[in-house]
Write a protein that binds this ligand. Structure first.
Ligand code: GLA
Length: 684
């Protein structure tokens, strides 16, 4: 049973690092937090060196004062275990706990998260400081949640040292039982890689040619599990001392991090939380917010907590873009729209020293006479006005299949094309749905699909038999399934599914392909059929032939002129589509529109281009978020007599969005939703 966070309404705050400032500053901090409506901050995340100045010697005097001050001011604490930043004394005593990279270099301390996840010395030290914190603060009235570690795997997702090698072998023994099974799974008859003794197996260290794919895939699985075991160990220590206090750790579901299989992590957290930063080079990073928010909501199975994002620029990209007018507010409320019940930043007060001195914060270097501060105060008021939204969740009829195994396997070296990026493929399919105002969930390949009218599987290169059967039987029972190219190609051992492509889905899709023809960067092929005249494909093509399906579009030129590129197959009571090339955005949008029409999937609301519409469903009302990312302003019909929560005003049949503005409309649940749920009775 998951423990819930007791902070009322939408939690609001950020990482608070008062230890970086003299005590005189703290009073100003809490006064300003109150002014901004901050009701929860994360403390102690990187405090290990101060909390334990020498091995086994603890000093909690500063933390006592900080927690006391927060409590006196009605601000809850999300108290962190400081284990992401072991102190220098630890590494001097345990140099063997330093991580080793793929090339065999031992990294030095002097930063953060430079420890080997498999190091017994690290685990002992981490659990000791965790236990001390748990014993001291389990009953502290300020402590509302445990923030376990920080961004597991951000800097040390893999360590290639001998200790890690030993742990990897232990993990492999548990997975395979014996070496014959491992040799079979890894296909080690290839290139004389057969293992006769467990001790021969190493992490996939730098080597002369391409390492074995299954070896690399199992290594990624192991690395994710190894860090998860550290999380579990800390959480268990905290749970013994404080059985009712929820625990979280901040995920990194964003554009750049791929190291952890969060489907395996999420059930272990009471509150599923995320850190999300914008990519300066992404002109539509609000779509990344939406995609990641939907993935978070799906991982959490409901509302989640945004543990970190930024008020302005970060400091770790080549050029760190500040946010434009109103963007801070649009970003934060878009996270709420996609299910966040807590909005927090890195960090409260901008640092004047240290590696992040040029990272934005809620209280900038310039102080309160700044745009960011004014925006932060306004956001605090907005979140207060949205308190009742807490606990409401999404209402999607479309699901996109998401799988970390597939992501890792697709991006292994020596693929037919090195240009395939899992997240890019998913985003390509997500974007037209976002633009059309269609709600999306993410599901595991073997997840429950019964709530969905349309299921999309882009880039699902690896799928096990259970996942494949789940997806194909979904179509067979009446669902609409669309599969993207290079999907279903290998099983969980990363072995090719024989007999023609796309292996696992061939029969359901009613097609058979015998050779991939990936396209070169910049190469385009024309398409004709039930697609616009100017339709093109890039990135991928394959020699496909129909085996029961009909061709919806075929190539007009290139090496495969005349060959089907998009197909549709009546499979059982449903329909299975195959999209064998990367369609240009308009053609893909049109195709997804057709699939939606056939599957009777409605947008949340029809909105002008650039306006995002998202619905959260509560017990008695729906909350419709309207966010103008295009900066054009809009007039959007909404039921009369509803309430726009940010202004508190009653609606008269529409809301007017000024350019760049946001509205959140509480709509009483009416006939439309009742009708939709009746319709669902015959959904597979
Ligand atoms: C991560 C970390 C924070 C901080 C921010 C900066 O998310 O968790 O401690 O370093 O990045 O963007």
């Amino acid at each position: 049973m998951k423990r819930t966070l007791s902070v009322p309404g939408i939690a609001y705050g950020g990482d608070y690092n008062p230890e970086q400032w003299p005590e005189e500053v703290w009073a100003e901090d809490v006064a300003l937090m109150r002014e901004a409506g901050v009701n929860m901050v994360s403390v102690g995340i990187f405090s290990w060196a101060l909390l334990e100045p020498a091995e086994g010697l603890f000093d909690f005097s500063r933390m006592d004062k900080i927690l006391g001050l927060l409590h006196e001011n009605g601000i809850a604490a999300d108290l962190a275990t400081p284990t992401a930043a072991p102190p220098a004394w630890f590494f001097r005593a345990h140099p063997e706990a330093l991580p080793v990279d793929r090339d065999g270099r031992t990294l030095s301390y002097g930063s953060r998260q430079t420890f080997c996840p498999s190091s017994p010395a690290y685990r002992r030290a981490a659990l000791r400081i965790t236990d001390q914190l748990a014993q001291r603060y389990a009953d502290h009235p300020a402590v509302a949640m445990w923030h376990v570690h920080n961004e597991y795997g951000c800097h040390n997702a893999a360590c290639y040292c001998d200790t890690s090698a030993e742990a990897f072998r232990g993990w492999l023994r548990a997975r395979y039982g014996n070496l014959d099974a491992l040799n079979d799974a890894w296909g080690t008859t290839f290139w004389s890689q057969w293992y006769y003794h467990w001790d021969e197996i190493l992490p996939p260290r730098a080597t002369g040619a391409v390492p074995n794919p299954t070896h690399q895939l199992d290594w990624r699985r192991f690395c994710s599990d190894e860090l998860l075991s550290l999380y579990r160990a800390e959480r268990d220590v905290l749970s013994v001392a404080a059985p009712d206090t929820p625990a979280t750790t901040n995920f990194m579901v964003n554009f750049s991090f791929e190291a952890l299989d969060y489907w395996r992590w999420a059930p272990e957290l009471d509150v599923v939380s995320n850190d999300h930063y914008l990519q300066s080079t992404d002109p539509e990073s609000h779509i990344d917010i939406a995609l990641c928010g939907d993935l978070m909501r799906s991982l959490a199975g409901g509302p989640w907590f945004l543990m970190e994002h930024s008020t302005g620029a970060v400091n770790w990209q080549p050029v760190n873009r500040a946010k434009g007018p109103g963007e801070l507010r649009r970003n934060a409320l878009a996270h709420v729209a996609h299910g966040a019940d807590g909005i927090a930043y890195f960090q409260w007060r901008a640092a004047k020293a240290g590696a992040e001195q040029w990272h934005s914060a809620m209280l900038p270097h310039a102080g309160t006479d700044s745009q960011i501060w004014r925006d932060v105060v306004r956001l605090g008021a907005d979140l207060k006005a949205l308190a009742e939204v807490r606990g409401s969740t999404g209402t999607a009829e479309v699901a996109i299949v998401w799988d970390w195994d597939a992501r890792w396997a697709l991006e292994l070296p020596s693929q037919p094309s090195g240009e395939l990026r899992y997240l890019d493929l998913v985003r390509t399919w997500y974007e037209p749905l976002w633009r059309a105002g269609v709600a999306v969930d993410f599901v595991r390949p073997d997840g429950d699909l019964s709530a969905y009218r349309l299921v999309l599987a882009p880039g699902l290169y690896l799928v096990d038999d259970a996942g494949a059967a789940n997806l194909t039987s979904y179509a067979e029972r009446g669902g609409t399934l669309a599969v993207g190219f290079h999907s279903g190609m290998v099983d969980e051992k990363c072995h090719v599914r024989l007999g023609g492509y796309p292996g696992a889905f061939r029969e359901a899709l009613g097609v058979r392909s015998d050779e991939p023809f990936p396209l070169l960067p910049g190469e385009k092929v024309g398409l004709s059929g039930e697609v616009p005249q100017e339709a093109t494909g890039t990135l991928w093509s394959e020699r496909l032939r129909l085996a029961g399906a009909e061709a919806v579009a075929s190539y007009t030129d290139g090496p495969l002129a005349g060959v089907p590129a998009v197909t549709r197959h009546a499979h059982g009571a449903g329909t299975a589509w195959y999209v064998a090339t990367l369609l240009d955005p308009d053609t893909l949008a049109g195709l997804l529109g057709r699939m939606r029409a056939e599957a009777e999937v409605e947008p949340v609301r029809s909105v002008p281009a650039g306006v995002e519409v998202v619905r959260r469903r509560g017990t008695d009302a729906d909350y419709v978020f309207l966010i103008d990312h295009a900066g054009q302003g809009a007039e959007i019909p909404v039921p009369a007599g509803a309430t726009e929560l940010l202004t508190g005003k009653e609606t008269t049949g529409s809301v007017t969005l000024a350019p760049g503005e946001i509205a959140v409309v509480r709509e009483p649940r009416g006939d439309v939703s009742a009708q939709r749920s009746d319709d669902r009775k015959d959904t597979p």
